[in-house]
Structures are given as structure tokens and as C-alpha cells.
Write a new protein. Structure first.
Length: 93
């Protein structure tokens, strides 16, 4: 929560998954903000290992106005592609 802008919403989507809604941010701005969070995180697991983060971004305008559930699915698919190809990154395509 501390890494997002005022007006953004952080929603727990599953056990270890979160959705961040960033009104008035394009995918580049969202990626830059999430990169700051990725690089600045100090959270650790109970065993002292750092908590990893992978992300997928979907932008309403760039995705031709899809509805919110389609955007969530698209971002989720992108996140899983990141996990399959090395983790620790954020993708917009």
C-alpha cells in the first residue's frame, strides 16, 4: 500500500495475488510505479528470504476498452508469462 499513489486501490485478489487499480495512469506510468515498488521492497518471508514480485499490466484504453474482468484476465495471463520466463519483472504486453 505504501508504494502506490493517493487514489490508487490495492485489492487482495487471492492468497498471494493483488490487483492495483491506478486511475489516470497509462501502462508506462503503472510500470514505472510498480518498478519502484519492486526495487524498494524490504519485505521478507519468515525465513529471511525476500518476497518476490511478478506483474502483468492491462490498460483500459490500450486494450480497446475491454471490461474490467477481461482486463484482470489479461493482466493475470501476462503475470503468468513473467513467472514462466524468469520472474521478478513486470510486463505490459
Amino acid at each position: 500500500q505504501s508504494g502506490v499513489r493517493t487514489g490508487d486501490a490495492v485489492i487482495r485478489w487471492g492468497g498471494e495475488e493483488f490487483v492495483i487499480v491506478m486511475p489516470y495512469a497509462n501502462s508506462g506510468q503503472a510500470q514505472a510505479r510498480l518498478q519502484v515498488i519492486l526495487e524498494g521492497r524490504a519485505e521478507q518471508k519468515p525465513d529471511g528470504q525476500p518476497i518476490g514480485m511478478s506483474g502483468g499490466i492491462a490498460e483500459l484504453q490500450a486494450e480497446n476498452g475491454k471490461n474490467w474482468s477481461d482486463l484482470i484476465k489479461l493482466a493475470d495471463n501476462r503475470m503468468y508469462q513473467v513467472k514462466l520466463n524468469g520472474k521478478g519483472r513486470i510486463v505490459t504486453e
